[in-house]
Ligand binder design. Sequence first.
Ligand SMILES: C/C(=C\C(=O)O)CCOP(=O)(O)O
Ligand SMILES: [Mn+2]
Length: 424
Amino acid sequence: MSLGVIIKSLSNVRSYHPPYGEFTIAKILKESEGRWTPVFENVRKGFVGVGNVIDTREKLYLYLGVKNDEEAYVKLLNAEENPAKLESVSTWRDMYRELESLYDLPMVRYYEKEAKPYITSGVIIGVGIDGVMNASIHRFSPVGNKKAVVRLVPRHLYQIYKTSIEKGREVPIAVAWGVHPLVLLAAASSPPYGVFELEVASRLMGGIKVVELENGAVAPFMASVIIEGFLTREYAEEGPFVDIIGVYDRVRLQPVVRVERIFVLREEAYLHYLLPAGLEHMLLMGFEREAKIWRAVKSVTPGVKKVRLTKGGFGWLVAVISLDKSVEGDAKNALLAAFAAHPSLKIAIAVDSDIDPEDPVAIEWAIATRLRADRGLFVVPYVRGSTLDPVALNEEGLTHKIGIDATRPLDADPSLFEKAKIPD
Ligand SMILES: C/C(=C\C(=O)O)CCOP(=O)(O)O
Ligand SMILES: [Mn+2]
């Protein structure tokens, strides 16, 4: 199913029309996030822009066909464990036209100091030397008509790239831009190496169709744009560009893509403009990590109620877990489980089930009234965190982490911790 069909099925959509100033689209994405879905008609002839496609939990539940977090976690984690086959479509070429240059694709600049326009929601499907296929989201920016630079976070595609280049082989890739939101969700997930994220999407969606490219990579059929190319041994400067935590990520030398062909859907090519550090970015990247934290915490303490990667931590660096302890020490085990489940996590906070992990004031109140720092606070020094952390000790994200147990002691008088209410 194309992104256009998905957008047409949504309620609360607002259309915009040209002319668009350089930062108009970014500004509208910011003001509409969590509120409505903006559609940017005619961003260039043949192209429609759209954003905030998966910026709320309600939309996520709708796409997944579930009613709450727990059902969504179970469905996503189950799909990672039971990926489903892909169906190859041979007659796809007639549905697409070809472009000569990456600059023919209307990309957007989002923040003031970003040097260039980017594709922020491109799913890169890479083929390893061992034949393993991997799908993941990487920001992508043209450095020539048929050349681009991509940021490879040290995970599976990077591993594929490193082992291939060491053996003198370029990596065949497809970049799919403008895809079904569940394809994005699967590509933002981290199943073990060897599990193909498009097959995870296939399980979530009850099957998906793919096109097979000449270079050996595959891409979702009906993706609005499919770029066929190779990750080369050439490097170029990447950035400045804003990452999920809302700061300008450091400029790095990153691999260059040599583009062979650019295919665009003939009928209404919907391009997904994903605002870096916006709600959509946080939910998309953070949701699967939240599911993994939930699973890990549940396995050490059954009393877990709610898990949130907070907005202040940009859906990535800070987790709050609410739970009912059955024995003293449960909360600390929950914090340790959270760190193990999401290696980029920097701060984990445990609160009692009467505290809403989505309410920053309630969390602060719990810390203020329930934390005993001699028992409830711990630091894990020198541990791998996020490469995005500006105070990390090295480029691989070596850092120190904090766990905060802000749950009330089980042996204390519960009435001392009760939130006072004014009666009706
Ligand atoms: C979430 C990441 C990038 C972004 O969306 O801007 C990747 C960060 O990966 P780490 O494993 O935390 O370094
Ligand atoms: Mn992978």
